[in-house]
Design a protein around this ligand. Sequence first.
Ligand code: SF4
Ligand code: SF4
Length: 267
Amino acid sequence: MSELIKKVTQLLNDKTVDVFIGYGKGSADRIRAIFVRSAEQTEKLVLNSACTQNLAGYILKQEVKHLGKIGVLANVAALRSMLQLASEFQVKDGEVLALFANPDGTLTEFIDFHSIEVFLTTTDTGITSDEQERIAQLEALTVSERWNFWNKEFEKCIKCYACRAACPMCYCHRCTTDVNQPQWIPVASHERGNLDYHLMRAMHLAGRCVNCGECASACPMDIPLNLLTYQLISPIKTGFGATAGMKADAVYALSTYKPDDKENFII
Ligand code: SF4
Ligand code: SF4
């Protein structure tokens, strides 16, 4: 922890970064993201086992971007988010500095995408065994049982869009859900509009989701949204050989095609 404070103090003092996104104490016992802009504020940084949020979700927010050069305390999901955002031309090489906290208390500093790519090849980037089990249970259902499961989950959705705000890959300035001429997705929370929103969202995240789980963590209705996009990871890898967030110059699987792409998903 003191190493983190020392490092961030140095980065701010020598103007390597203008703002550092890290974890701090929130209300009650919660941990929240904080935006440190001076050496005096570094004392507010917290680093413990509750610090799991993918902070890369903030690096494209206009309120943060206008503060200047960004540094971020990045976990594996955040490093993958940075590479995925780079592959979508949202972040340039060298634009964001990332610090990774190693289990032994040391820090690894990443100043370019190549070093993140190399690091990720030796790191576990998969989903947890718990999540694997839940996906296996869903895949064991018949198509109509699975349809019913998701419809029941989506019925709970109150359209607060916290899932969208928390997702590092939901960065469109104007989301389809906000367009009202024509109104593609009904604003009110009801059966049909909820289904429209979640199907649209899942397809937009297909092959781009870095399995950080932030969408599900942010949901006040406990909808396990992350399982929907996690289920698409394997078909995208098998069908297109692509895994999100592993290379800065990767081509997004669903935005391109090759003449020999498999077509077995077309019924
Ligand atoms: S869809 Fe959910 S799990 Fe995937 S990147 Fe977005 S927030 Fe993370
Ligand atoms: S966070 Fe949950 S309740 Fe809010 S829009 Fe997303 S799924 Fe619906």
